[in-house]
Structures are given as structure tokens and as C-alpha cells.
Design a protein around this ligand. Structure first.
Ligand code: ASP
Ligand code: MG
Length: 416
């Protein structure tokens, strides 16, 4: 018997039949003795449809207050339908909008932050034996206006509820059955991970394994809410995301997974003066354009000159190339060189913290595959390389093989 938050994404509630299927799943869980708070997204495609309608009314700048009033309707539909389906099965259930629960947020419409949750009414219902169904993605600000939490925000609603209610686990049901060692579309031998740490998940998510909203993972880590990703459609244990319990002698993977990001582009500002302020002169105005810079590398200067290389999202590539060319003489740069056919490949694992030699194994493997490394960056639990996009699949497979990621319990170390 456990107290759980179960969250179902858009595809899981994408049709009347699917909503009925979710209701059955919940009925089974309830019958096995669990107390349930359920969070749902809008039916798949619905939020996009509403955004498009809003744009038709206000093509230039959409009024964010009204947009939130509109977008919040998507989830209001699914909470009501799910409760109807549950009642039809004989389960007592009650739906709540964000404002009713009271999920209090700040007033930044379309990207609101949760400030507090009124848990008493929910606990009251739970004590009465009801299943509580809450609309994801929405809240209410101090003045009573409806707010939304940003796209994919239902994950955050679920984690916040689990934290406030001190639930045993927050379970995110989706269309994949867990977090994998890498993308199975690239390496068919990719294996579902039974567990992964919050830190690793953040690295995997921000590097392109987009199973969960990053903010939700951060939130879960901050409030220590065990998070589980599992499939609505295929039964299984999914992947549990928790803290790395360093005190236990639990087996710990040296490398947990390989993440990659296809959306990067590389830009070099070559032959600029090697003097204080040059990084700021190049990158400051780019930040002002609201463009995110990822990997940054500056060379050792020679003859008073240095080269500066960084990566940006591919969508921003042309804009930044044009911008830098327009400032080339002001920066005194010899040339601006760009390449938007590169990708970033990363090896992630908390085991790296205590074990040396992983980077050299990675470089050896990639060199044996004939892959040229354009840039390298490392953090405590991650090594990333920037390579030519044509070598992505080859690189992922070679590393998957080298670190025995297809094999469970292989390649693990016992943490001391
Ligand atoms: N319905 C919202 C969206 O599509 C929130 C969510 O699904 O998490 O982004
Ligand atoms: Mg989602």
C-alpha cells in the first residue's frame, strides 16, 4: 500500500478509449490498496490546437493572460472525462482544476512557478477513499488569475503535488516504458535502466533524451521525490529516478547512458586579440539576443591572437553567423567560420566521479572508429564531444559496445 501521484501525458489520454484504459489502470491500483492522486495533461494535440487558435485572433503578440485562460481548458476536459470513466467503473473520484486545489503560482503567465499547494482538501478526499484527479500544467495567481506552467508543465504539477503531499513516489506514465541507455532508434540494443540518479537524468534530459520536463526533474531532486517513468500501455517497472545513495554499497554503473544532441552548430571567431574582455565582447551581445550558447572553448593565445569556438542551437546558427559577420571588423577577427553539421555526444554516469580512465577509454573507442573530435568538454559526471553529424550513429554504437551498456549488471562498480 502506497500513497502515489500518477501522471498521464497527452497520448495516454488521447482518446475516449485511452481515457477508459487509464481509468481501468487506476481502478486496479486502487483495488490493490494504493491511495491515488492523478494528474493529467490535455488530450494529445489539444494544447497545440488552442495555441494556433489564439494566434489566429492575435497574430503578432498574444495576450498572455487570455492565452492561459484558453490553454487551461485542455486539462479541464481530461480531468472531467477521467472522473466520469472512473465513476462508471464504480470508483469514487473527484476532479479539481489548478485553481480549485489551489496550486498557487506567481503571476508570470505561460511560465508560472508554483509557490504553494493547499493539500488539506486533497487529503480529506483521500481519507474518504476517493481518487483525486487534478488538472496538470495550471495554477492560479494571488489575484485569482489562471496561470500555466510552460509546455510539458504537467510533469511539474505532478512532482509538486507529490512533494506537497509527501507521497511515496511520483509516477509519470508516458508512451515509452522508461529511460534507456541511449536512443533505441540509434542503437537497437539500448537497455531500459532500472534506476538512474536525478543528476544523471538531468544530464540525459538536457542532452536530448527528452522523456521528462527538465524542470520537473529539478523539482523532484530538490524535494527528494522519487520519480518513476513508466508506460501506460505496457506493464513494467519503468525507470526509478532517485538520489545516489553513496552510503550504501549499492552497485553503481560506471557509465549509465549515452546522450546526444543533433541540434547543435559550431561557430569559430578566429584571430581575435588575446586580451581581457574578448569573451564578453563576443558572447555578451549573443546572450542579449537571447541565444543560448552551449559548449565554449578558447584557445591558448599565440602572437597576441586567439581563436574562440562555441556551439549554439542550429535554429540560431544563421542569425548568429550574420550577426558576427556584421561585427567582424569591430571585433578585429580574421575570420568567422561556421559548421552546422555537427552533433554533441555525451557519456553520462555518476561512477565517473570516483573512477578515472573513462575519458581515455571513450577517446580510444572513438578514434578506433575513425571519428574526429572537434571539441571536448567534461563535468563531474559527463564527458561530451562534438563530432561530425555523419558519425553520430557509429559513435553511439561503438561507445554502447565499449561500456557494455546492453548488458545488465555488467560494467558496474561497488561504491565505497
Ligand atoms: N498540455 C500541456 C502541453 O501540451 C502540458 C503538458 O502536457 O504537460 O504542453
Ligand atoms: Mg509531456
Amino acid at each position: 500500500m502506497a500513497f502515489l501521484v500518477k501522471k498521464f501525458g497527452g497520448t495516454s489520454v488521447g482518446s475516449a478509449d485511452r481515457i477508459k484504459q487509464v481509468a481501468k489502470l487506476l481502478q486496479n491500483a486502487k483495488q490493490s490498496g494504493d491511495d491515488l492522486v492523478v494528474v493529467v495533461s490535455a488530450m494529445s494535440g489539444e494544447t497545440n490546437r488552442l495555441v494556433a487558435l489564439a494566434r489566429e485572433m492575435m497574430p503578432a503578440v498574444v495576450d498572455v493572460r487570455e492565452l492561459d485562460v484558453l490553454l487551461a481548458t485542455g486539462e479541464q476536459v481530461t480531468i472531467a472525462l477521467l472522473c466520469m470513466a472512473l465513476k462508471e467503473l464504480g470508483c469514487d473520484a473527484r476532479s479539481y482544476t489548478g485553481a480549485q486545489v489551489k496550486i498557487l503560482t506567481d503571476n508570470s503567465h505561460s511560465k508560472a512557478r508554483i509557490l504553494s499547494i493547499d493539500k488539506e482538501p486533497i487529503l480529506e478526499d483521500i481519507n474518504q477513499g476517493r481518487i483525486v484527479v487534478v488538472a496538470g500544467f495550471q495554477g492560479v495567481d494571488e489575484s485569482g488569475d489562471i496561470t500555466t506552467l510552460g509546455r510539458g508543465g504537467s510533469d511539474t504539477s505532478a512532482v509538486a503535488l507529490a512533494a506537497a503531499l509527501e507521497c511515496d513516489e511520483c509516477q509519470i506514465f508516458t508512451d515509452v516504458d522508461g529511460v534507456y541507455t541511449t536512443d533505441p532508434r540509434v542503437e537497437s540494443r539500448a537497455r531500459r535502466l532500472e534506476r538512474i540518479t536525478f543528476e544523471e537524468m538531468l544530464e540525459m534530459a538536457s542532452l536530448g533524451s527528452k522523456v521528462l520536463q527538465i524542470r520537473a526533474v529539478e523539482f523532484a531532486g530538490k524535494y527528494n521525490v522519487p520519480l518513476r517513468v513508466l508506460s501506460t500501455f505496457t506493464p513494467g517497472d519503468g525507470t526509478l529516478i532517485t538520489y545516489d545513495n553513496e552510503d550504501s554499497s549499492m552497485e553503481q554503473a560506471l557509465v549509465s547512458g549515452i546522450a546526444f544532441n543533433r541540434d547543435e552548430a559550431q561557430i569559430t571567431v578566429a584571430g581575435v586579440a588575446d586580451k581581457p574582455g574578448i569573451a564578453y565582447q563576443i558572447l555578451g551581445p549573443i546572450a542579449d539576443l537571447n541565444v543560448e550558447v552551449d559548449v565554449i572553448l578558447q584557445n591558448i593565445g599565440e602572437n597576441g591572437l586567439t581563436d574562440f569556438t562555441f556551439t549554439v542551437h542550429r535554429d540560431d546558427f544563421q542569425k548568429i553567423m550574420d550577426f558576427l559577420h556584421s561585427r567582424q571588423s569591430e571585433l578585429g577577427a580574421a575570420s568567422i567560420i561556421g559548421n552546422d553539421r555537427i552533433v554533441k555526444l555525451s557519456l553520462v554516469g555518476v561512477g565517473m566521479r570516483s573512477h578515472a580512465g573513462i575519458a581515455s577509454r571513450m577517446f580510444k573507442t572513438l578514434s578506433e572508429a575513425g571519428i574526429n573530435l572537434r571539441m571536448i568538454t567534461t563535468s563531474e559526471i559527463k564527458i561530451s564531444v562534438v563530432i561530425d553529424e555523419n558519425y553520430l550513429e557509429l559513435g553511439v554504437r561503438a561507445l554502447h559496445e565499449e561500456f557494455d551498456l546492453a548488458e545488465e549488471n555488467n560494467n558496474t562498480v561497488v561504491s565505497q
